[in-house]
Design a protein around this ligand. Structure first.
Ligand code: GDP
Ligand code: ZN
Length: 358
C-alpha cells in the first residue's frame, strides 16, 4: 500500500456516483441509487489534486469514483472521472442526453420562426432534441391538434402539457427517466413552473444537503442537476435565450430533420449543394421550413465569413465533443452567469467551511 494512502478502513471502499453541483475544489456527488447504505445520498467531495495534475476536472453530470472519508458526515474525495459521452460548454454539463425545448402554445403566442431558430440551435449541440409545448389549457383541442400535426411534419412530435392543470407531467417524467436533460426555452413559457412540478419539494430537500443548496424562484440560475422522483436528472438552467445561427453553411442542413430525411433517401447532383438554387437538388421543395432554412443559410454564410476574418473567434465558439462532432454551445445570458457564480459560491463555500472545520 502506498505510504500516504488514506485507505485505513472500510470507509474507503470506492463508490460511483454523479456530480450534481461544483464549485472551486468542491463538488457534490450523488451516489448511485443501487449502492447499499449510501445509495442516492449526497457526498460533499474535494476534487483530488491528482485529477488536476492529469488535466481532468469533474463538472456537473460527470460520472465519478469517490473514496468516502467520513461516513457520518458524508464527505469524500473524487478519485477518478469516467469518460464522457457528451459535453456542453455553456452551460457546462457532461453526459447530457437530451435538450428539452419548452415552448408555450399561447401567452406568449407560439412563433414558428423563433421556435425553428431554437430547434436549430439545440440540434447544433449534437444531443437528442425534444419539444415540449406548455399551456395547453389556453388553446382549443383543434388548435392543439393542428400544432401537433404541423410540428410532427417538422420532425418534432411535441409532448403537450399544462403545468397549471397538471396535464402530461407524469408522462414527461417517464419520458425523461434515466437521462440527463437540459431545459431550454425563452422566459415566460413556464420552464420554472415545469421544473417545480417535476421536482417535488421533498425531493429538493434530499438533493440539498441539509438545506444549504437551497433552491427557489431566484436561486435556480446556476448549473445544478436535480433528481426527479423517477430518477432522471434535470439541468435547470436558463439555456439559450437569444439563439443566433452560429454554424457553417455545410453544417446547417444536418440540423433539420426534414433535410436529413430527404438526403437519406436521395442525393443532390452536387455533393456540396447548398440546396438553394443548384439544379437537381433533392432538398429544395414545398416543405414548410424550407423558407427558414434559406433564411438561416444566409446567417450561416455571414457567420462563416466573419469567422474567416477573425480566426480567434472560432476557438471561443467551438469545441469538439467526445465523439469528435463539432458543437456550437448555447450561451448563457451574462446576467445569469453572474447570479450563477454568486449562488453556487455561497452555497458550496458554506459546505466547504464545514468540511474544513472538522
Ligand atoms: P419561465 O420564465 O419559462 O420560467 O416561466 P414561469 O414558470 O415563470 O411561468 C410564466 C407564467 O406562465 C407564469 O405566470 C405561470 O403561472 C404561467 N404558466 C406556467 N405554466 C402554465 C400553464 O400550464 N398554463 C397557464 N395558463 N399558465 C401557465
Ligand atoms: Zn441540394
Amino acid at each position: 500500500m502506498p505510504q500516504n494512502s488514506p485507505a485505513t478502513d472500510s470507509n474507503f471502499t470506492p463508490l460511483v456516483g454523479t456530480v450534481i453541483a461544483v464549485q472551486a475544489n468542491f463538488c457534490q456527488v450523488q451516489i448511485d441509487p443501487d449502492v447499499p447504505m449510501v445509495g442516492g445520498k449526497l457526498i460533499l467531495c474535494t476534487r483530488r489534486a491528482r485529477l488536476q495534475k492529469i488535466g481532468i476536472s469533474a463538472i456537473v453530470g460527470d460520472r465519478v469514483t469517490i473514496a468516502q472519508i467520513d461516513w457520518q458526515g458524508l464527505k469524500g474525495v473524487v478519485i477518478d472521472v469516467f469518460p464522457r459521452h457528451s459535453l456542453l460548454d455553456r452551460p457546462p454539463v457532461a453526459n447530457a442526453d437530451r435538450i428539452l425545448l419548452v415552448f408555450a402554445l399561447a401567452e406568449p403566442a407560439l412563433d414558428p420562426f423563433l421556435l425553428s431558430k431554437f430547434l436549430v440551435k439545440a440540434e447544433s449541440t449534437g444531443l437528442q432534441v425534444s419539444l415540449c409545448l406548455n399551456k395547453s389549457d389556453l388553446v382549443t383541442a383543434v388548435e392543439r391538434q393542428d400544432w401537433c400535426d404541423r410540428l410532427s411534419e417538422w420532425g418534432y412530435p411535441p409532448i403537450v402539457i399544462s403545468v397549471e392543470q397538471g396535464v402530461g407531467i407524469q408522462e414527461l417524467q417517464r419520458e425523461l427517466d434515466r437521462q440527463i436533460t437540459v431545459f431550454a426555452g425563452h422566459s415566460g413559457v413556464g420552464k420554472s413552473s415545469l421544473t417545480n412540478a417535476l421536482i417535488p419539494d421533498s425531493n429538493i430537500r434530499v438533493a440539498t444537503v441539509s438545506g444549504k443548496l437551497s433552491r427557489g424562484r431566484h436561486t435556480t440560475r446556476h448549473v445544478q442537476l436535480f433528481t426527479m422522483p423517477t430518477g432522471g436528472l434535470i439541468a435547470d438552467t436558463p439555456g439559450f435565450n437569444q439563439p443566433d445561427i452560429a454554424c457553417t453553411p455545410t453544417e446547417l442542413p444536418g440540423y433539420f430533420p426534414e433535410i436529413r430525411q430527404r438526403l437519406a433517401v436521395g442525393n443532390c447532383q452536387f455533393s456540396n449543394c447548398t440546396h438553394r438554387d443548384e439544379p437537381n437538388c433533392v432538398v429544395r421543395g414545398e416543405w414548410e421550413r424550407y423558407a427558414h432554412y434559406l433564411d438561416f443559410l444566409a446567417d450561416a454564410i455571414a457567420w462563416e465569413q466573419q469567422l474567416q476574418s477573425q480566426p480567434k473567434l472560432e476557438n471561443s465558439l467551438k469545441q469538439k465533443s467526445s465523439t469528435g462532432k463539432k458543437q456550437y454551445e448555447p450561451k448563457l445570458d451574462s446576467k445569469y452567469r453572474q447570479i450563477s457564480r454568486h449562488t453556487i459560491l455561497q452555497s458550496l463555500a458554506e459546505l466547504a467551511d464545514e468540511f474544513e472545520d472538522e
